[in-house]
Design a protein around this ligand. Structure first.
Ligand code: SF4
Ligand code: SF4
Length: 180
């Protein structure tokens, strides 16, 4: 019995050495990051950004949905209204040291304003430097959704005298009348 055990250990060791020998000349999978750049998939969930719509307007309407859905509560913002009635975020703050990059904020956002991009180089020396303000988050482009314009779909005024709506001759529903 003892002899069988010894033989078993011996052959296990031989097999391990043989496997190392077989793989010694095979292609290396490990990337020498950061010297060697890594190509992340385009939908990889990394750094958060705020985007503009195709007309160059801020997409974020300050609805607060991203903040409510965030499981770690790292988004803070305040809604305000422009002279033309359009809502926007007066301030928008994300504490990236708490973010777990789950992507729920992006899923909840009705305007596709907030997006996660494949950028993982976020380390810093002080936690306070990982609190990103709106100026750090807002980019000058549309991000992943180049054609989506929330205001062209849902932001149309309910005012029937509005020339845009007159042309379309749309029958709007008064949502207050269908509330339970
Ligand atoms: S990715 Fe997740 S944790 Fe990070 S801000 Fe969005 S909802 Fe919060
Ligand atoms: S980023 Fe999107 S979900 Fe968050 S407040 Fe702005 S519009 Fe609403």
């Amino acid at each position: 019995m003892i002899i069988i055990k010894i033989l078993n250990i011996f052959f296990t060791q031989i097999r391990s050495i043989a496997m190392v020998g077989l793989n010694i000349f095979s292609k290396r999978e490990t990337k020498m990051y950061p010297e060697e750049p890594i190509n992340l998939p385009s939908r990889y969930r990394g750094r958060l950004i705020l985007t503009l719509d195709p007309d160059g307007e801020e997409r974020c309407v300050g609805c607060n949905l991203c903040s409510v859905v965030c499981p770690v509560g790292c988004i803070a913002l305040q809604k305000s209204t422009r002279k033309n009635g359009r809502w926007y975020a007066k301030f928008f703050r994300i504490n990236l040291s708490r973010c777990i990059f789950c992507g729920l904020c992006e899923e909840a956002c009705p305007t596709c304003a907030i997006q996660l991009i494949p950028d993982i180089e976020l380390s810093d020396f002080q936690r306070k430097d990982l609190v990103y303000e709106k100026k750090d988050l807002l980019i000058s482009g549309t991000g992943k959704y180049s054609k989506y314009n929330f205001y062209k779909r849902s932001g149309v005024s309910l005012n029937r005298n509005n020339s845009v709506n007159k042309d379309k001759n749309t029958n709007f529903i008064d949502v207050k009348k269908i509330l339970p």
